[in-house]
Write a protein of this length. Structure first.
Length: 412
């Protein structure tokens, strides 16, 4: 066992509702406490000096100076397994080119599909690990990672196996998701319905057999798959026991209804959602996941986060780290910016990247600091937790613990 402390302030993110608005007055602030860790889990949280006396033989990580403690950040939506770069897309988009013009020039998602298919599995493992390590240093201890740049049974398997092997070699937890329904592949001979039938009948059983993922995602959009095309695919996935998530309402508003109809865990993007869609999501158990990185990358509206919360919805915040629309990949920065533009409290932003993000991944063992949960803990050099978001993402953790082990220390 080990004891970490004393924390000037520990923000356990406990006692907060999963849905609806949160006030900063709702945040529990624990002072001069320590965290006792046994194996990968938190055994106890209490006054540091009392724990030090009661457990006098444990390894003590005594903190010098003021420190804030926060649960490890959870990024519930990324695409960090990919080949190549889309820097040319970004330059063209900022120069005023449209999505169609960029695609005609050889850019867009299909460009990344082409480059990912050219990458070996070993190359994808290495680049995924490199990106995951950068996230981990910034405090993100759990990272959802999608496939979706393979768009064939063979290539999607290559990606998902690469994600699995990267997970085995990095301290961060990589939660894989199959996004074979990212777009209709240009080289597929048949209809979108034929493609989705091939994926569901051929790929899904292999995912179960090899334990590659328990999550299926789909992009419901005019440029991808329609509501009518995707509904049978997602219902089949649900019947096979997969958790469902949906890329919904990014440019049009069909996806949120699909998410509700199939009983998805989360609906992600939602930049185009109107009050109708917001109310529909709020009345369900779906976690609405805002992706401010995509809004920054595309120069478009943010997810209506304030309206979602005020309607009684559950809001997670994720980075959407991908090579095209969201290349930044810095969740703390993006969450702070979203908070400014959408007028979110510190409590709402921190909830969105901790326990509400855990709910978006259907994970009950993290996102809060309390007895029995994973010991994923971030340390910040400060005496006031409000400093974390005040610096708009430039204030990073000085120490990161994952599963009870110190995996990053900026002093070493």
């Amino acid at each position: 066992m080990k004891l970490i402390g004393p924390f000037k302030q520990l923000i356990p993110m406990t006692g907060l509702s999963i849905k609806g608005p949160l006030s900063d007055d709702d945040i529990l602030v624990m002072e001069d406490v320590g965290i006792l860790i046994e194996g990968t889990r938190i055994k106890s949280i209490g006054k540091f000096n009392e724990l030090k006396i009661a457990y006098c033989k444990v390894e003590v990580h005594e903190l010098k100076g003021d420190h804030i403690g926060l649960p490890g950040i959870i990024d519930a939506h990324t695409h960090i397994c990919f080949g190549g770069s889309r820097a040319a897309d970004y330059a063209m988009r900022n120069a005023g080119k449209t999505y169609l013009e960029i695609a005609k020039a050889g850019g867009g998602i299909w460009d990344t599909v082409t480059q990912t298919r050219k990458s070996s599995q070993d190359q994808l493992i290495k680049t995924t690990m490199k990106r995951a390590h950068r996230h981990l240093k910034n405090g993100t201890t759990t990272i959802e990672v999608k496939s979706g740049y393979g768009l064939s049974v063979v290539e999607e398997l290559k990606m998902l196996r690469a994600i699995q092997k990267a997970n085995d070699q990095t301290p961060a937890d990589l939660i894989s998701t199959c996004l074979a329904a990212h777009m209709f592949p240009k080289d597929f001979e048949g209809s979108p319905e034929d493609y989705l039938e091939l994926i569901s009948s051929t790929l899904f059983p292999i995912l179960k057999e090899e334990h590659l993922t328990n999550r299926i995602d789909a992009f419901v959009e005019e440029s991808a798959f329609s509501e009518q095309q995707i509904a049978p695919y997602l219902k089949k996935a649900k019947a096979m026991g997969f958790d469902i998530t949906v890329h919904a309402d990014q440019f049009s508003t069909n996806g949120s209804k699909v998410a509700v109809d199939v009983g998805a865990i989360s609906a992600d993007h939602l930049e185009a959602s109107t009050q109708t869609e917001i109310n529909l999501l709020a009345q369900s158990d779906i976690i609405s996941t805002a992706l401010p990185g995509a809004s920054l990358g595309l120069g478009c509206n943010f997810t209506p986060a304030r309206k979602i919360l005020d309607a009684g919805g559950a809001l997670a915040i994720a980075s959407d780290h991908n090579p095209g629309s969201a290349p930044m990949g810095d969740l703390l920065t993006q969450a702070a910016i979203l908070g400014s533009f959408e007028k979110l409290s510190n409590a709402e932003v921190l909830a969105g990247i901790t326990f509400r993000a855990a709910a978006a991944l259907n994970l009950q063992d993290r996102g809060q600091l309390k007895e029995g949960l994973l010991a994923d803990v971030l340390l910040f050099h400060s005496s006031d937790y409000r400093e974390i978001l005040y610096h708009q993402g430039s204030f990073k953790p000085c120490v990161v613990y994952k599963n009870g082990e110190k995996v990053y220390d900026k002093h070493q």
